[in-house]
Design a binder for this molecule. Structure first.
Ligand code: PLP
Length: 394
């Protein structure tokens, strides 16, 4: 079969691959502790499920407007006002089949062949691929622990060329949990305005910030900045709704129209029932989100403390999301359970095979010296998994 160049140029998702391997081990009856997941372990709150059940009973099961129902766009606009101080009109909102789909739409609508997108490593695995699929060229800025896994303005300036069109931001970040503060974002905004760039700002982990850290939406830095920003968000992480597949983009009107046009030919509307559930989630009580954040915060501190106690594992205490991203270089060139460790892929594999704990190697995130631990699992499983890793690495 002769596959297109476009498809041959993209890599499969490494996070889904490790997840598939650990699920297979579980299916084979092996007790695997899963630190590789990118989704809350909490159940979708009941009032959200009930809204979906009601939608089914009411017969709300037909096509809707391709870019989303008016009721959902209205609560999204209200969320932007309440949480971010941002005014959008409903026609600037495009609701899609998950934030991943919103990102796909945004890059398809923004990029021409050869346009460059500056993004930082470690990055969420999908960014380079979704940029390439749109004909764009990912231009990677390497970051590490020394800058808290954040790009500096000088690093960004170094990468600017006449083809630079977009800066991709993700705060709080997957996989590092880093959160950019207002001053850091303002410095990036200055570069954006000076060079007439656009920003795709993936804010899907907005609600998951800890220790009183302020979340700042990039678009909230002023009207001029807002006119150059595409905000991406969704319900997956904040409301434990990964399977419902609802994400959204807020952008300048012409871009929103472009994305809606594209979506009208690709998926049509996101699922009608899931849209009703998203109305209940975004427009409903915040208590379930607050309770979830409180629990994540406990786990974050506990897991970071324990991970840092493992010889050779080094990570700070991230401000957001639900991941730790320790540096594990210490083990390169060593032998564990008779196996030579040269990379974080080798280490992740030996941890899965020997300790029966799934972690994600940093290579897929453009950061091969690290591995990603997710704390979207219970305290008991966190302790169980770390006990096993400690025993293996002793
Ligand atoms: N953006 C980031 C940074 C993510 O980590 C993820 C999921 O892992 C997504 C977007 C995709 O979210 P959704 O489930 O809404 O497609």
């Amino acid at each position: 079969m002769s596959l297109s160049k476009r498809i041959r140029a993209i890599s499969p998702s490494p996070t889904l691959a490790i997840d598939a391997k650990s699920k297979q081990m579980v299916a084979d009856g092996i007790d695997v502790v899963n630190f590789s997941v990118g989704e809350p372990d909490f159940d979708t709150p009941d009032h959200i499920k009930e809204a979906a059940i009601k939608a089914i009973h009411d017969g709300f099961t037909k096509y809707t407007a391709a870019a989303g129902i008016a009721e959902l766009k209205k609560v999204i606009c209200k969320k932007f006002v309440d949480d971010n101080g941002l005014e959008y009109s409903p026609d600037q909102i495009v609701v899609s089949v998950g934030a991943k789909h919103s990102l796909f739409n945004a890059y398809q609508a923004l990029l021409d062949e050869g346009d460059e997108v500056i993004l930082q490593a470690p990055y969420w695995v999908t960014y380079p691929e979704v940029i390439k699929l749109a004909g764009g060229v990912p231009v990677v800025v390497d970051t590490d622990e020394t800058t808290g896994f954040k790009m500096t303005p000088a690093q960004i300036r170094e990468k600017l060329t006449p083809r630079t069109k977009v800066i991709n931001l993700n705060s709080p970040s997957n996989p590092t949990g880093a959160v950019y503060n207002r001053k850091e974002l303002e410095a990036i905004a200055e570069i954006v305005l000076e060079n007439n760039l656009y920003v795709v700002s993936d804010e899907i982990y907005e609600e998951l910030v800890y220790g009183g850290v302020e979340f700042v939406s990039f678009a909230a830095l002023g009207e001029q900045v807002k006119n150059r920003t595409i905000v991406i968000n969704g319900v997956s992480k904040s409301y434990a709704m990964t399977g419902w597949r609802i994400g959204y983009a807020a952008s300048p009107l012409d871009l929103a129209k472009g994305m809606a046009k594209l979506q009208g030919h690709v998926t049509s509307n996101p699922t009608s029932i899931a849209q009703k559930a998203a109305v209940a989630a975004i427009g409903g009580p915040k208590k379930p989100v607050r309770d979830m954040v409180k629990e994540f915060d406990k786990r974050r501190k506990h897991m970071a403390e324990r991970v840092n106690r493992i010889p050779g594992f080094n990570c700070g205490l991230p401000d957001g999301a639900f991941y730790l991203f320790p540096n594990v270089e210490y083990y390169f060139g060593t032998e564990i359970a008779g196996r030579k460790i040269e990379t974080s892929d080798d280490l992740a594999e030996v941890i899965l095979e020997q300790a029966k704990v799934a972690v994600v190697p940093g290579s897929g995130f453009g950061s091969p010296k690290n591995i990603r631990f997710s704390y979207a699992t219970s305290m008991e499983r966190i302790d169980e998994g770390l006990d096993r890793i400690e025993a293996l690495l002793k």
